[in-house]
Design a protein around this ligand. Structure first.
Ligand SMILES: Nc1ncnc2c1ncn2[C@@H]1O[C@H](COP(=O)(O)OP(=O)(O)OP(=O)(O)O)[C@@H](O)[C@H]1O
Ligand SMILES: [Mg+2]
Length: 271
């Protein structure tokens, strides 16, 4: 049997006698999970009664309560993950991994979740980062629940990339953006939130009034250092944050050479 996921990924290695004789209504290859040195295959299998079962490679079927997100709107998509609106709570979203071949994206998602838990313990306010609400099993595999960032009028906030790609949008929000850049930098430094490479597609500009907004980082926080010394030594964290910010500004200047706002405001003029 060939399992084909919604985005066309095909897994022909699934003919392992995993399935019972009866054809499933839909089967979805979700990915691998590393378990006790063994790579297991996860397959969600939807039955006619709408119930989901999970198969681990070669093992028996296990019934699971799974949150069905098949009809939930996708609010954003990156290279590794899709972000769905939560089917029950309008201010939450669920990030699920796109089908993957190696376990790297799963390890990365787990690392990120742990970093959010670490920030929660430190008491970091969820103003420029979405609050993490834990994990949930979904019809698209393991999901990570976050605040869904919405503008004051209720629409899902657009990325900074969206605002900087359009001269009109940048002009309309230049005051708000200018202040929001400074506030985000101060926030990262105050709470010692370290990031990996900061990119405009991973930041949302959340409009809180016609002229005001805040920048919310939705991806690539924490660090992948083998020994995360920055999490415990403040001056190391600060040094890293300043360096990442300089690179972020330089990358934006390069990415948006025609954008006057970017060229004028993001000149690495900070101490
Ligand atoms: N909390 C959120 N609220 C609203 N939209 C969000 C939220 N988190 C993510 N998004 C949207 O979903 C998109 C994809 O999410 P995310 O960046 O986490 O995926 P990714 O695959 O890890 O990205 P990348 O390609 O940068 O690795 C984002 O660019 C953003 O537009
Ligand atoms: Mg992203």
């Amino acid at each position: 049997m060939t399992i084909r996921s919604r985005n066309g990924y095909e897994d022909t290695r699934s003919n392992g006698g995993v399935f019972p004789d009866q054809e499933p209504v839909t089967s979805r290859y979700v990915g691998y999970k590393h378990r006790q040195q063994r790579t297991c295959k996860h397959l969600w299998h939807e039955r006619e009664n709408g119930k989901y079962s999970i198969y681990l490679s070669g093992s028996a079927e296990v019934d699971k309560i799974i949150l069905d997100i098949e009809t939930s709107p996708v609010v954003g998509k990156g290279l590794h993950r899709e972000c769905y609106a939560h089917p029950q709570y309008e201010n939450l979203c669920i990030k699920v991994l796109l089908p993957y071949k190696s376990k790297a994206p799963l390890i990365e998602a787990e690392r990120e979740a742990n970093y959010y838990r670490f920030l929660e313990k430190k008491g970091v306010p969820w103003t420029m980062l979405p609050k993490f609400h834990g994990e949930v099993e979904t019809s698209r595999g393991k999901g990570y629940v976050f605040d869904l960032i919405r503008d004051q009028d209720g629409t899902v906030s657009q990325t900074l990339r969206h605002y900087l790609s359009s001269p009109g949008e940048t002009d309309d929000h230049s005051e708000g953006l200018s202040l929001a850049f400074k506030t985000l930098r101060d926030y990262l430094l105050q709470w010692k939130v370290v990031t990996m490479t900061i990119k405009a597609k991973n930041i949302l500009y959340q409009k809180i009034s016609a002229k005001e907004g805040r920048l919310v980082i939705v991806d690539n926080i924490g660090n992948s250092d083998f020994i995360p010394i920055c999490d415990y030594v403040d001056f190391m964290a600060e040094r890293k944050i300043r360096r990442k910010w300089r690179h972020f500004e330089a990358a934006l200047r390069k990415e948006y050479p025609q954008n006057e706002f970017v060229q004028r405001e993001l000149k690495h003029s900070h101490p």
